[in-house]
Design a protein. Sequence first.
Length: 448
Amino acid sequence: MNDIILHQVPEFHFDCGPQDAKLLRAPENYNRYFRVMGIKTKTGMGCSSLGSDLLLPDLPNDTPIGQGFGLTTTGAMHDTEQELLVYFRSNGNTAYWILDSSWIREIINLPCRDCFYIEFLHHAPGSEGLVFERGNPSVPKESHVHFLSVMDTQHQVEQKLWFGKKLDDYAREKIFVYGLPLSILLGVLLAGAYWLYLSYHSSLKSMLQRGIARQEFIPFYQPIVDINQGKIVGYEVLVRWKKGKEFIPPAAFVEHAEACGLIIPITESLLQQVLQQLPELESGTWVSINLVAKHLEEAHVSRVLQQHNWPEPDRLKFEITERLPIADIDAAKQEIAWLTERGYSFKIDDFGTGYGGFKYIQALGIDSIKIDKMFTDTIGTNDLKRGVLDAIIAFGMESELEMIVEGVETAEQVEYLKKRGIFLLQGYYFARPMPVEQLKTVKSGEAP
């Protein structure tokens, strides 16, 4: 692989002409380590060993591996495994080689469990400072430690890797056995980059699985207030992950839980706990639990409720989130109709921010919406989205929908919404989400 790349680089014309095509497609330039190779010219033209241009991720400027080469990965897609990509830049032109991950799996087969240390630092709003760790925490203190840092901009997670002499020796051994990489450093970085990717997903998923088994996911309740009556009428159930004495907010894990299918058992655990805690809530108030498309498409909700002999239909409500679209509308419609017949009701959560809110109202027969904080924040500003807020309110009034506004934080917002006939409000202006024990600090049935 090393010889092929070093042979190609000085021979490229970077014009996607006959010479470049020959270099990209010549049989002698192929082996088991490459999946595809190509070039991008400084004029924007591109070609590959497949013939056509390929869509590549933005290539970073801060991952050098020597002699003009860099290392990154192919773009993420549907939570599938990304592959390593070596690239070379010259005078604004770029050559790249996408490496087949199968041989990387073969070579880097976790030689040790105590020779590396990884930290995942979350920077997303609401989860700043959250750190997940894996490996041997003494490795960063070794005298000849190697360090690599990668920023996952999509999820706002900084991934730091330290590896010591034991892993370095292993990487060097494999380099000499296989004779593969561009250099000793490239071999070490391949190992590091692969471990970063694999460890981030496997460690977070395994932590979620352990959290489910240990019942670490608990419900917090945020009051929903009827300002016309001046009292609490219901609560939204918001998941929190209790790790030791800390509570991890959903922004740090919900998206990944949805992607790997663990949101289903997490929600089932929440529902079980809510059913146990309902008697502790003020009589006459209801609770609303978030669902994703899969809950409805696969009839998870009706199965759990049936196991409990259809409990509390007047007090249990469900919110359909719009983060991911409903793929099987017919199945979801059937599930909602079945539960509605049993007395349960549904809302569209974060209306106007995701997939098909207006479509869902019509197709699923839903008559209640929750207006997202994104629109509430525009009150009292010149933000163009304030016009969208007014349009949603007008639509809701005309369609005779129940409307609940989220993210209310100021008296100005309360007054603005009240003047427009919106009386069901939720937000920090009234109360933050809290565990059931703290609800007792809120006067019985009264708005905070």
